[in-house]
Design a protein around this ligand. Sequence first.
Ligand code: SF4
Ligand code: SF4
Length: 420
Amino acid sequence: MIWDRLKDLWLLFGRMFPLPTAPGLREVGRPDRTSPVLVTCNFDLTVRKVIRALSRDGIDAWLLVAPTRGINVWCAAGGGHFTADTVVSILKTSGIADRVDHRRLILPQLSGAGVNIWSIKERTEWKPRFGPLRIEDLAAWLRRGARMTEPSERRVEFGLKDRFVMGTNLAFASLVFFILPISLASIWIPGLWWRSILLVFLLAVLNSVLVFLLPGKPGVQRGLALGILVAAVFAILSQTWLAMPALSTVAWAAWIVFLATYLGYDLPSWSPLWRADVKELVLGKRHTEIAVDEDKCIGCHLCDLVCPVDVFERRPQTRKYVVARMDACQACGACVENCPADAIITNFRAGLCSCPTCTVIQGYGALKARPADGDDPARACGQPEADGCCSPDAGQSEALSNSDTSPPACGCKSCSGDPP
Ligand code: SF4
Ligand code: SF4
């Protein structure tokens, strides 16, 4: 028990390190043939948190732990390790189909960045839907009948506690890059090693905790602002209280500004509120765009269900969705991945991990425009048009049974009256 708690703590502050637990089927409580079937990643901390949250509320359930390389849900989905293939694989290998009488499958909302629920539906007999964003809301949502998630259950928040955890994660991750050059430089500069480690932790946490108070755009600008602020305080203290030589003060101040700027640049890759695109983080210029093609939109509500930052809004007259808060979009790709009508147009590639490291590794060549035309319009109702198609129940209303109140009109050619 104590070991588990220590492991939780370590993983909370060092969650960028994958820690896999065995994929497969877990029983939570005493599930029977009617119990809900949930899917999660195989990051050890997440699995134990889900089991704990459900057990605490006395919920019996089947939990499918998918092979996501020991990475947490959002990162695994964004990085291409939690996809429809992953889910289909665990469905087929776990034997869950023999344990339950229903075929309802609940996915974590943040898996939408990588998991296309239409693909699961086409390839299996299961009817997937997205659950709430936070594990803490899962039990209450299941008790309500696992239907519609409330807006508050599907939006990411970035409170003080989250920001502190992000800061420590940022520090750990940055030390991976800095430890070797710092260690080498310490051979010639006594005291550099431990002071630099402390500085990385301090500046990472300050960057994260104070991020809403710092001037400028998220990224380099806010990091630089923090660096100048901390360096100024340090310079005053070093020249008065510490009585350091002027040259040392200048060197340490420059080191502080550099570290704070780098950490400010890297912070968005650990935060849920900013799209972390290198060009934007360095220059402060936005170039990522997203829009809905209203002619194609069938008003199914799925984009709004999977979006963690409330970008979409429904037009009451047309019942279609539009991009209302583009600046909030952080290019996770969940809406693009799951829009059944291929109605969302972006200039980024869906499923591309949005952290700076992945963007640099994959290069700008990966950020190419998604084709405007869907490759399979029949997917709008989940059946091939050749089958004669389609009622709302034929496809999307099953997959989107946690959707809005009014059933959407099917967007396929047969339903819309267009010649097939
Ligand atoms: S069709 Fe696409 S854009 Fe329209 S509501 Fe559904 S997911 Fe959103
Ligand atoms: S609008 Fe942006 S943040 Fe929202 S789901 Fe789509 S890509 Fe992700």
